[in-house]
Design a binder for this molecule. Structure first.
Ligand code: FES
Length: 113
Protein backbone atom coordinates (compact mmCIF):
# COMPACT_ATOMS: atom_id res chain seq x y z
CA UNK A 1 0.00 0.00 0.00
CA UNK A 2 1.24 3.45 -0.77
CA UNK A 3 0.13 7.03 -0.52
CA UNK A 4 0.83 9.68 -3.13
CA UNK A 5 2.08 13.10 -2.06
CA UNK A 6 2.31 16.11 -4.35
CA UNK A 7 5.17 18.58 -4.05
CA UNK A 8 4.66 22.07 -5.42
CA UNK A 9 1.75 23.00 -7.65
CA UNK A 10 3.09 23.17 -11.17
CA UNK A 11 5.73 21.68 -13.43
CA UNK A 12 7.53 25.01 -13.71
CA UNK A 13 7.70 25.47 -9.95
CA UNK A 14 9.32 22.07 -9.47
CA UNK A 15 11.77 22.65 -12.31
CA UNK A 16 12.79 25.96 -10.75
CA UNK A 17 13.09 24.48 -7.27
CA UNK A 18 15.31 21.63 -8.35
CA UNK A 19 18.44 22.59 -10.27
CA UNK A 20 19.89 19.67 -12.20
CA UNK A 21 21.87 17.13 -10.14
CA UNK A 22 21.55 18.99 -6.82
CA UNK A 23 20.27 16.76 -4.02
CA UNK A 24 17.57 18.37 -1.91
CA UNK A 25 16.09 17.18 1.35
CA UNK A 26 12.30 17.23 1.39
CA UNK A 27 9.80 16.27 4.03
CA UNK A 28 7.12 13.95 2.67
CA UNK A 29 4.55 12.85 5.20
CA UNK A 30 6.54 11.71 8.24
CA UNK A 31 9.74 11.17 6.35
CA UNK A 32 12.70 13.21 5.30
CA UNK A 33 13.86 11.99 1.91
CA UNK A 34 16.29 12.97 -0.83
CA UNK A 35 15.19 14.30 -4.17
CA UNK A 36 17.26 14.94 -7.26
CA UNK A 37 16.59 15.94 -10.83
CA UNK A 38 18.51 14.63 -13.82
CA UNK A 39 17.29 16.49 -16.86
CA UNK A 40 13.64 15.58 -17.17
CA UNK A 41 13.91 12.66 -14.73
CA UNK A 42 13.27 12.93 -11.02
CA UNK A 43 14.36 10.51 -8.33
CA UNK A 44 13.23 10.24 -4.73
CA UNK A 45 15.12 8.08 -2.22
CA UNK A 46 15.64 7.45 1.46
CA UNK A 47 17.79 10.15 3.04
CA UNK A 48 19.74 7.52 4.98
CA UNK A 49 22.31 5.12 3.60
CA UNK A 50 21.39 1.43 4.08
CA UNK A 51 25.03 0.67 4.89
CA UNK A 52 25.82 2.64 8.06
CA UNK A 53 23.22 5.35 8.03
CA UNK A 54 25.15 8.28 6.60
CA UNK A 55 23.12 11.16 5.21
CA UNK A 56 22.67 10.69 1.49
CA UNK A 57 21.60 14.29 1.19
CA UNK A 58 25.35 15.00 1.36
CA UNK A 59 26.02 12.43 -1.36
CA UNK A 60 26.78 13.04 -5.01
CA UNK A 61 25.54 11.80 -8.37
CA UNK A 62 27.70 10.40 -11.15
CA UNK A 63 27.17 10.23 -14.91
CA UNK A 64 25.57 6.78 -14.62
CA UNK A 65 22.66 8.12 -12.55
CA UNK A 66 24.15 6.55 -9.45
CA UNK A 67 24.03 8.07 -6.00
CA UNK A 68 27.34 7.92 -4.14
CA UNK A 69 27.30 7.81 -0.36
CA UNK A 70 29.69 10.37 1.19
CA UNK A 71 30.91 8.01 3.93
CA UNK A 72 32.24 4.87 2.20
CA UNK A 73 31.43 5.75 -1.41
CA UNK A 74 29.02 2.88 -1.96
CA UNK A 75 26.90 3.47 -5.05
CA UNK A 76 23.20 2.98 -5.65
CA UNK A 77 21.22 3.13 -8.88
CA UNK A 78 18.87 6.08 -8.53
CA UNK A 79 16.22 4.40 -10.62
CA UNK A 80 15.98 1.09 -8.77
CA UNK A 81 17.89 1.65 -5.52
CA UNK A 82 20.04 -1.38 -6.31
CA UNK A 83 23.49 -1.29 -4.74
CA UNK A 84 25.98 -1.24 -7.64
CA UNK A 85 29.22 -0.82 -5.71
CA UNK A 86 29.44 -1.96 -2.08
CA UNK A 87 28.01 -4.70 0.07
CA UNK A 88 24.80 -3.78 1.83
CA UNK A 89 21.10 -3.87 1.16
CA UNK A 90 19.51 -1.83 -1.58
CA UNK A 91 18.50 1.76 -1.11
CA UNK A 92 14.82 2.48 -0.67
CA UNK A 93 13.53 4.53 -3.59
CA UNK A 94 10.11 6.05 -4.20
CA UNK A 95 8.41 6.33 -7.58
CA UNK A 96 7.90 9.92 -8.65
CA UNK A 97 6.52 11.67 -11.66
CA UNK A 98 6.37 15.28 -12.77
CA UNK A 99 2.84 16.33 -13.68
CA UNK A 100 1.08 19.61 -14.41
CA UNK A 101 0.02 19.70 -10.73
CA UNK A 102 3.53 19.24 -9.33
CA UNK A 103 5.76 16.31 -8.49
CA UNK A 104 3.87 13.21 -7.39
CA UNK A 105 5.76 10.95 -5.01
CA UNK A 106 4.45 7.58 -4.01
CA UNK A 107 5.40 6.58 -0.45
CA UNK A 108 4.74 3.30 1.34
CA UNK A 109 2.38 3.47 4.33
CA UNK A 110 4.33 1.30 6.69
CA UNK A 111 7.82 2.68 6.95
CA UNK A 112 9.29 4.56 9.84
CA UNK A 113 12.87 5.33 8.89
S1 FES B 1 27.34 4.62 5.27
FE1 FES B 1 26.92 4.82 3.14
S2 FES B 1 28.46 3.61 2.23
FE2 FES B 1 28.81 3.33 4.33
Amino acid sequence: MSKTFTLGNSKEQIQNLLPDSVIKRVKVGERSIGLVRRGEKFFAFSGTCPHRGASLIEGSINGLDELICPLHQYRFELKTGKVSVGSCGDLEVFPCELTAEGLKISMPYSSNS
